[in-house]
Every structure is written in structure tokens, then in C-alpha cells.
Design a protein around this ligand. Structure first.
Ligand code: GLU
Length: 340
């Protein structure tokens, strides 16, 4: 009898400890959030691995030592360290947000049917993926799918298409954003690979506007200037079920948020998406400008800015900082991830 009582007691204590750990993971306190942001910044600020993107010539000139880390919660509170004001080009971090615009205006089904949701396991600008997959555009987070996504935005002119894309990304950030003209010119002048992708998609009937128009709007979208706080607020909108915490504006139906996060989880890091989910366990999106945003659904977003990239085109310090924060707070979707 005594033995039974003692083992029940042990089980209760173990359950209590687990619940306490879960509650802590579920709702880190403001102090914990600021501490973990400060710790991530201090831990990785001196890392110099990686190299700025240079296939878009102007990106090679962005100071490589800049490093910012921000958490924005679903109620709009900001916890930050490092570089917060520098305005960098959003690049591919824009892609899930234009996918969201398609879902919001035309339904999740349209995105799935007209673009696709398969991860490619191939680099972001792969032409091979376009030939291999019957959907051609494959998913909205690789270049092919993202160029197809801007072409799918309902618009009667290029100007209207662009205004809708810019307006939506500004709404996600919670303030009006603009194009960095120098980045746009540099990228459009060297956009031969993306031009090839747009033309191939058109050839296969998987582009829904004139190819050069889609290329211009896509390139402008990638050249939108943001800072690390904007990026965190964009992610916090997804953490807040599609409503911007700052403005209260709904940008995506709550029921479509899980599908968008699922695409980010499977394709947000291109051919490194498996590695990323294995080690961080969070849906996220990277850009060759050095930004990353990761979403802890229903809670908060973590954004980082650091220009040097690894071979797959993902920010080295940003990945380390987000993995560290996710690990310290135990917020990985499948439970705490232990391997870096
Ligand atoms: N604008 C870039 C391109 O099309 C985006 C790539 C990225 O950020 O991964 O090449």
C-alpha cells in the first residue's frame, strides 16, 4: 500500500514538473524574453562565418557586422538587442506574405492549385525544380512560386499589382514601407536567372500575367526596405492568427494561418529546410538580404538581421540566434530540440 502511495506521489511530482516546464515554455515572462534576446545577441555577435550575397551586386556592400535580434509578441510587445534601425531589403522574407495575400483574396485552395505547396529540396532559384515538378512553380517560397504569386494577384495594371503587394507587406509591418531604389536597380539589371524562370513558367501556363511585369513586381517586392522590428511585427501578425498586433487589421483568416505556417516549415529555408526544422522546430523564412523571421504560433515571432549567408543563402548568425532562443525557451513545435 505504502509502495503504491509512494509511486503515485512520484508520478504526481513528475507530472507537476512537466506541467511547470510546459507552462514556462508556453508563456515566457517579459524578463525571460528580454534576457534570452540579450543572451543570443551576446553569444553570437562576434561570429564572422558566412558571406554577404553578391549575385545581386549591391548586397555585397551592406556592412557585414550588423546584427539585430527582436522578439515581437502577439500583443505587440517588443524585446530587442543590437541593430534595430538599419533598413535592409526584405528579399525572400516577403514571399510568405504575398502568398498570404493570395490566400486572403482568392482562398487557400487557389494558392495550392495555381502555385503548389511541395518543398523542392533544391536551391531557391532552381530551374531544375521547374522541370521536375508538374506544378512547375512548386511552392510560393521559391523564386518560381513567388514570381507566380505576384502574377496571380488580381490587378488590372502593373501599378495596381505593385500597390497591392506593397500595401499588404506594409500592413504586415504595421507602417508604410518603400522600395530601396538602389537595390531594385541592382537586382533588376542582373535578373537574368529570374527572367528565365518567369519565361519558363509562362511557357508552361503557370504564370498569370505578362512575364516581364511579374518579374518587375517580384523584384520590387524583394527590394522593399524593412528593419528588424518591422520583420518581427510581420511574424507577430502570423503568431496572432493573422491580425497585426499594432494596427488590429486582419490580413489573413485565422483558419488559413496553419497552412501558411506549414509551407514556411517545409520550404522556408530552401534546400536546408529539413536541417532547420530538425534543429529549430519552428516555421520561418529567410532572405538573402540577411533577414529571418520565425513564428511561434499563438505566441510570438523572432526576427534577426545579419547579412553574411551560408551556402544555401541563409543568414548564419540569424539561424544560430533563433535556434538558441527556441532551445532556451523550449518553444520548438515538436518539443525542445536538443541538437544545434
Ligand atoms: N530577390 C532574390 C532573388 O530573386 C531573393 C532570393 C532570396 O532572398 O532568397 O534571387
Amino acid at each position: 500500500m505504502k509502495l503504491i502511495l509512494r509511486s503515485s506521489f512520484t508520478v504526481l511530482i513528475a507530472l507537476g514538473t512537466l506541467c511547470a516546464q510546459w507552462a514556462q515554455a508556453a508563456s515566457p515572462s517579459p524578463d525571460q524574453l528580454q534576457q534570452v534576446v540579450d543572451a543570443a545577441y551576446a553569444r553570437f555577435k562576434d561570429v564572422t562565418d558566412g558571406k554577404n550575397a553578391d549575385y545581386i551586386p549591391i548586397l555585397a556592400t551592406v556592412p557585414s557586422d550588423m546584427f539585430g535580434v527582436v522578439i515581437a509578441t502577439k500583443d505587440g510587445k517588443i524585446y530587442s538587442a543590437g541593430e534595430l534601425d538599419y533598413v535592409f531589403s526584405i528579399q525572400s522574407v516577403s514571399k510568405p506574405f504575398t502568398a498570404s495575400l493570395i490566400m486572403h483574396e482568392q482562398g487557400a485552395k487557389t494558392l495550392r492549385e495555381k502555385i503548389g505547396v511541395e518543398p523542392t529540396g533544391l536551391p531557391f532559384n532552381s530551374k531544375l525544380a521547374l522541370e521536375l515538378y508538374p506544378e512547375r512553380s512548386v511552392n510560393p517560397l521559391v523564386n518560381a512560386g513567388a514570381i507566380a504569386a505576384v502574377s496571380l494577384v488580381e490587378a488590372s495594371s502593373e501599378e495596381e499589382r505593385w500597390r497591392k503587394v506593397l500595401g499588404n507587406i506594409s500592413d504586415y509591418a504595421g507602417r508604410p514601407l518603400n522600395v530601396l531604389e538602389e537595390v531594385y536597380n541592382s537586382e533588376y539589371e542582373s535578373a537574368w536567372s529570374n527572367r528565365g524562370i518567369a519565361n519558363l513558367l509562362y511557357n508552361y501556363g503557370r504564370l498569370y500575367s505578362d512575364p516581364e511585369e511579374a518579374l518587375r513586381v517580384y523584384t520590387k517586392q524583394c527590394s522593399i526596405g524593412i528593419n528588424t522590428v518591422d520583420l518581427a511585427m510581420m511574424g507577430a501578425t502570423l503568431a496572432n492568427s493573422g491580425v497585426n498586433p499594432k494596427t488590429g487589421k486582419r490580413l489573413l483568416d485565422a483558419e488559413d494561418v496553419p497552412e501558411l505556417l506549414a509551407i514556411m516549415a517545409t520550404a522556408g529555408f530552401y534546400d536546408e529546410s529539413g536541417e532547420w526544422m530538425y534543429s529549430a522546430g519552428l516555421p520561418a523564412k529567410t532572405g538573402v538580404g540577411g533577414g529571418i523571421v520565425a513564428v511561434v504560433p499563438g505566441k510570438f515571432a523572432i526576427a534577426t538581421f545579419s547579412p553574411p549567408l551560408n551556402e544555401a543563402g541563409n543568414s548564419v548568425r540569424g539561424m544560430k540566434a533563433i535556434r538558441y532562443i527556441a532551445g532556451e525557451l523550449g518553444v520548438g513545435l515538436y518539443g525542445p530540440n536538443h541538437e544545434e
